[in-house]
Write a protein that binds this ligand. Sequence first.
Ligand code: LLP
Length: 463
Amino acid sequence: MSRSAHPAGPRHADVLPEGHYTAPPADLNALDPKVWAQTVTRTDTGEVSVGGIDVTTLAEEFGTPAYFVDETDFRARARAWRTAFGHDADVFYAGKAFLSRAIVRWLHEEGLNLDVCSGGELSTALSAGMPADRIAFHGNNKSTGEIQRAIEAGVGRIVLDSFQEIVRVAHIAQSLGKRQRVQIRVTVGVEAHTHEFIATAHEDQKFGIPLAGGQAAEAVRRALQLEGLELIGIHSHIGSQIFDTSGFEVAAHRVVGLLKDIRDEHGVELPEIDLGGGLGIAYTSDDDPREPHEIAKALTEIVQRECESAKLRMPRISVEPGRAIVGPTAFTLYEVGTIKPLDGLRTYVSVDGGMSDNIRTALYDAEYSVALVSRTSDAQPMLVRVVGKHCESGDIVVKDAFLPSDLAPGDLIAVPATGAYCRSMASNYNHALRPPVVAVREGEARVIVRRETEEDLLRLDVG
Ligand code: LLP
């Protein structure tokens, strides 16, 4: 299909239906640096480029849909987190946001640690050379096999998530003749202001051991008695896509309260606390995330204050940002296919991907922005819903946005801030082929996760 602009029919809705949008942006060609990766820019030809390469060239070489990650931006964000927390704290990148061997190498080079939550993530990390002692192993239902592999590999810590796991990990460590460093994940009873499915510190849910009713204190009692375990600290993760630090403040207060009770009961000052991840990013221009140095300062001060009043030594802090590092560094590039104006409603713009490469809109009602990136346009804005090609009416990529009304099949559009939880949650629904991840840096682009092929699908189908 050609990518030239076609004059379009009457697609601009006169009456705007209800939605998340406010008003069309003043300039549809502008790229808000809040939502686009650092090196993304519009070139003189009107095309958008990343890492010095324009999107048409990228689409020709790698196809669409595809995720393009700005390596320079990724490294800068990783470094900013590392620097913000300094030498008295550890930054564990949460691999669930997006993990590949290249990512592991970048993290290693930038001095970050890694949080993994499955045997698959663990093997990716180890195979790319992340030292095992810089890996934290998470999960609410780790298998015996996973625990054994993690201990054998020598992971720096296992985060214990239940009473049964305390015994299981101790037993496996002892049978391997090892003493495993562990943290206990607690739920502090904080209601994080985020989507219900990604809030994790209220008590009615599957993660962690509640502080309430003395359950966490009991877990500590048991862990301290078991020879296979070296209890190094307490872990709390309150949820994801959080913008204010008040939830962390309450969490830190309650976690330090537990450290104090442990000191009073056992005469032991645990040396570490982990405050988890969950810091929000800008998906649209309405979001205002905080910078790593502000977050580091706020969290450190909270813990310091709480420890001073409890007369505890300052523990070593760790954090686990995933989305805040990788999220803003990538965009998904799609080719526009069918365009369907619905009078008085909106125009449905179908792209060559959909819920198989970004499930977040369908799952969390997530908001995204979108831009025409293969050219500029002065046409008036039209209200669009960007949808995929799946057999599902909830297959929505961007629920409410504006694109120029001369949009035409063959144009390239891009959805920014898709670095986190898009490729990592991608599926083969309708036997879609999961898109590649291409790293772009200083004029060079290379595939770091290749596109799936029909042979890949058929290879799994052994019936
Ligand atoms: N640490 C722990 C223990 C976690 O469970 C998570 C995320 C993180 C760190 C990293 O959180 P982040 O900084 O990336 O928000 N699929 C959902 C998010 C689920 C997050 C699960 N745990 C989404 O797409 O929004």
